[in-house]
Design a protein around this ligand. Sequence first.
Ligand code: NAD
Length: 242
Amino acid sequence: GLAGKVALVTGSTSGIGLSIVNHLADLRCNVILNGFGETKHIEDVQTNLKRQNIKVNFFEDDLSTVQGNLTLCDNIYRIYPTGVDILVNNAGFQHVSPVETFPTAKWEQMIGIMLTSPFLLVQKFLPEMKRKEWGRIINISSVHGLVASPYKAAYVSTKHGVHGLTKVVALETAETGITCNAICPGFVDTPIYQKQVESRSQTDGCSYDEALVAKFVEFLCSEAASQITGSCLTMDGGWTAR
Ligand code: NAD
């Protein structure tokens, strides 16, 4: 089982990340939360998780910056000298704008959080995973890692990019106890999606529970999935099958 494993889930104060953290805590992993949000909400989340008798830590480092990622790693290594066993790169956000007017600052922030952060966190935690001969790296991508939509230049580019990173890391860890995969959800009913749903003229997207992503993460962490690596796995209700 996963009991006693140390799991970092980035962007876990809300949505899919929070659901993954809750699920890994149910499986008795020690969890590290990250993200932004109201102090009261984050305290409540931590109090709730601590009922599991596991170690719970929270760091609000901004993962859109290189320094934020390095500080997060320092903070974690101070608590766990052998790093993390499970790394879930989940933090992200959407910005919708035609490419001609897409703000450069937004582009850089999105590349920072959804592409550079996974790279840096893999770089910092992989050496210890190799020493421990076990590790699970799971990048929460999107169907937009496989197909595009208009007005989502940065989002689509970062998600396509993270698939490249997923494959390279899988090759560099082949024949070790480490796997690296991406999960590509379609529409999941979370705050990120709520912000967009109002502007959607039709509801043809496949909405489904965040909890399903958490169950998929559990499976990828299991021994049954030890030969699944370098894969970008859709869970989109068939959306990309068209
Ligand atoms: P969400 O807005 O509910 O959660 C995003 C999390 O990231 C929050 O915890 C937030 O605080 C954190 N975050 C944002 N900026 C950050 C920063 N600079 N540094 C650190 N943390 C930061 O969104 P969600 O829907 O749960 O999305 C999570 C992931 O799932 C994203 O990578 C998203 O692209 C992906 N995804 C979502 C959907 C969907 O329909 N909701 C579909 C496919 C993929």
